[in-house]
Write a protein that binds this ligand. Structure first.
Ligand SMILES: [Zn+2]
Ligand SMILES: [Zn+2]
Length: 308
């Protein structure tokens, strides 16, 4: 049970109703634009918004106060919730919720040598091979991620954006409501769970669930160990920075991890680089419990690819 199930939704409903007015949205936007100037006095804010009628302006401003706008001695400033409203509008306001054609990563598919490219349609981005089933990642992305950036950079931008989001939820913060998240390795999705709507999560994977809004972010066990010190050091010893490499240059990221033991749950991930391998064992709470360096020949075999 989380707050999404328990909450009295009249509060949030009222909050959205408060925003259904052009003057109020304009007030939030002007306060956001003036964030570095400090609080704006009433008359200055009214002038910037462009409302002549002082009484009417005051009425709208008062509606925003407390929840979205803070009134101080020096004037008005945005509260965090007001800033998030403006940020959400900026992230989603662009028209390009899709690209005309795939954007190549410039790297060949590790499975078939074909073209690995990003496609972006209806605000869903996918990096996958255009010629076979090899897939790197897929997620809904607001168009603001790509707006104003070079189109050829889109695959790298999407990859970095997604990994940053996973790092955020792994760090304990829900990206939707900022609530606390809890991580667990889930051996498989049970039909009734919130994660069941994600068809790809039928195998061992990681779930980050928000205790406040119930948002579930699904990720993979290999993704959870990318920033582990042993993995960072392993790449460093080979003269590489694992954090700077895009996901499609880390083929082990998309290999299915092996369930080593079910009780207690232990999952093995094998990081490979040339002829060298690093084996990590992860427990049910997504903590690395052991690491073992060796060669590829010694490494346990991995299953079929997890991401489909
Ligand atoms: Zn391929
Ligand atoms: Zn949340």
């Amino acid at each position: 049970m989380n707050e999404r199930d328990e909450a009295d939704w009249s509060g949030p409903g009222e909050a959205f109703a408060t925003l259904g007015n052009e003057t109020r949205v304009a007030i939030l936007h002007e306060l956001w634009a003036a964030a570095r100037e400090g609080p704006l006095p009433f008359s200055e804010l009214r002038e910037r918004v462009g409302t002549r009628d002082s009484g009417q302006f005051n009425y709208h401003l008062t509606k925003l106060c407390d929840r979205f706008v803070r009134k101080t001695d020096g004037g008005y400033t945005l509260r965090a919730a007001g800033g998030m409203v403006v940020a959400a509008m900026l992230a989603g306001q662009y028209e390009d919720g899709g690209f005309d054609g795939p954007v190549s990563t410039g790297d060949p598919c590790p499975d078939c040598g074909g073209e690995v490219a990003l496609t972006y349609e209806d605000e869903r981005a996918t990096i996958a091979c255009l010629d076979c089933d090899y897939a790197v990642a897929s997620a809904n992305v607001p168009p603001g991620v790509f707006e104003g950036r070079d189109r050829t950079d889109a695959p790298v931008l999407f990859d970095r954006w997604l990994r940053t989001r996973v790092a955020g939820v792994a760090g304990g913060f829900c990206m939707a409501c900022q609530g606390p998240t809890e991580a667990r390795v889930a051996p498989a999705v049970d039909e009734g769970s919130r994660a069941a709507k994600f068809a790809e999560a039928t195998d061992v994977h990681v779930e980050y669930e928000c205790g406040r809004c119930g948002e579930v972010v699904l990720s993979t066990v290999p993704e959870a160990v990318v920033h582990d010190p042993a993995v960072v050091a392993f790449y460093h010893e080979h003269g590489l920075d694992v954090g700077a490499l895009p996901s499609w240059q880390l083929p082990w990221l998309t290999a299915a991890p092996a369930v080593v033991s079910e009780d207690p749950l232990r999952v093995g991930v094998t990081v490979t680089l040339g002829d060298d391998a690093l084996s990590l064992t992860v427990d049910g709470g997504v903590d690395v419990v052991s690491t073992d360096a060796g060669s590829v020949a010694d490494a346990p075999p991995t299953d079929r690819p997890l991401v489909e």
